[in-house]
Design a binder for this molecule. Structure first.
Ligand SMILES: Cc1ncc(COP(=O)(O)O)c(C=O)c1O
Length: 411
């Protein structure tokens, strides 16, 4: 049996007639940018997420870049300010920050959830506060960026409370979690169900084709309830212009085109249904995978996980010659030999990437990592043992059962 990691052709075919109709409509309209399709999708997506504004842009990385840049333009932050973010993420989360001259403060994940560890965030904030009070060192941490990685909700009430206590912006990287929800506790103890992307002050979304809500090319968006921030981002993504031929900022051309907006608007209608199917696949994986070499991340309530990916962790072993045997790599090859596609998310963590080898934030005499870099052992362990299994709206339950059978037979 052949089980691709994700067949984008099949995903598109699932709603093929409507998608083709939407594309033809735009092709034949003669209007390809900043038109009705964008306006409609932005309205519908803002409505779906539960925010006042949605601003379409070129891709998910730009969405993050624009959020940080807008905070700088509005005087809320300055280059050199710091942002707490998860060490375990796709590098785009870091790039959005460093592109703007802001400094990442990498925080390890909780081993069982793989998401940013709220207690470690608190430790850093408490330490900074002590340094400020005792030694007069300015605390330049201005924001926490959480990433709902793999489709798992990363928000906790403690993170919300820390943002309030230390007057920090909360930015969500929702590139992997369209449709996910969080239970958010309010001031009086009441609990509200809020979609990821509407929890914090602003959120970046990616519509890269393989995402739960994917375009037929690149696409992204920012959602926020902040009028000023929204207006600034809309201008930044349109050369810095709020009025034709008048430029308030040095922006870029970073717009969502009409074809992508039309396609996304079709797929948005089916997002919940597609996510439900992903949850059904995940349930089968959780209930049937049984192999002592494999650990599954803590199972969340279905509402809190839209299973963009299904990560498993595969234990490595030490051979008789004292070298490390990567069972993850062996499993990847064994599944490939049996026709099953898997992908590692991600093989090298951002702080170990060449582009950040000389970054000031990545060097700490106290931390003693490889080559003087930060040492982030939990993140590094995850990147050495993670493997993502096939999951998506088009994989069949027979295929899922085949993948599980192979995994359970793996030695
Ligand atoms: C966590 C995360 N953030 C940001 C991005 C960037 O999105 P894009 O590929 O649309 O630029 C991605 C995606 O690929 C991602 O996975």
């Amino acid at each position: 049996m052949n089980v691709p990691f994700l067949s984008l052709k099949d995903v598109t075919a699932l709603h093929g007639a409507e998608i083709n109709e939407a594309v033809s409509r735009v092709v034949n309209s003669g209007w390809y940018l900043q038109g009705e399709e964008n306006a409609r999708f932005e309205r519908n997506y803002a409505n779906y997420i539960g925010t006042k504004h949605c601003i379409g842009c070129a891709n998910g990385l730009d969405a993050l870049i624009w959020i940080w840049r807008a905070y700088i333009e509005l005087g809320v932050m300055q280059p050199g300010d710091e942002v707490i973010l998860p060490a375990n993420t796709y590098i785009a989360t870091h790039l959005g920050i460093t592109e703007n001259g802001l400094i990442p403060v990498c925080v390890e994940p909780k081993e069982e959830t793989l998401e940013i560890d709220e207690d470690k965030i608190e430790e850093i904030l408490v330490k900074r506060e002590e340094q400020r009070v005792k030694n007069g060192i300015e605390n330049r941490i201005k924001a926490i960026c959480i990433v709902h990685l793999y489709g798992r909700c990363a928000y906790t009430d403690k993170i919300g409370e820390l943002c309030k206590k230390y007057d920090l912006k909360l930015v969500e990287d929702n590139a992997q979690a369209h449709g996910c929800v969080a239970q958010v506790r309010g001031k009086n103890g009441e609990v509200r169900t809020v979609r990821t992307g509407a929890i914090g002050d602003a959120a970046g979304h990616s519509f890269y084709p393989g995402k739960n809500l994917g375009a037929l090319g690149d696409g992204g968006a920012v959602t926020t309830n902040d009028d000023e921030l929204a207006a600034c981002i809309r201008a930044l993504a349109n050369y810095g212009s709020q009025k034709k031929y008048v430029f308030q900022y040095t922006g870029r051309n970073s717009r969502l085109d009409e074809i992508q907006a039309a396609v996304l608007d079709v797929k948005l209608k089916y997002l919940d249904q597609d996510n439900k199917y992903r949850q059904q696949v995940a349930t089968y994986y959780y209930d049937h995978i049984s192999n002592p070499l494999i650990t599954l991340p803590k199972r969340l309530d279905d509402a809190n996980n839209v299973y963009h990916l299904f990560p498993i962790l595969v234990k490595s072993e030490i051979s008789h010659q004292s070298s490390v045997i990567s069972n993850r790599d062996r499993l990847h090859d064994y599944l490939a030999e049996n026709g099953v596609g898997t992908v590692i998310h991600y093989p090298i963590p951002p702080h170990m990437q060449e582009c950040y080898a000389n970054a000031s934030w990545n060097h700490s005499s106290l931390q003693g990592g490889v080559g003087g870099r930060l040492s982030l052992p939990i993140t590094e362990r995850i990147h050495n043992s993670e493997l993502s299994l096939p999951i998506g709206p088009t994989i069949t339950m027979d295929e899922v059962a085949y993948v599980v059978k192979l995994i359970n037979e793996f030695k």
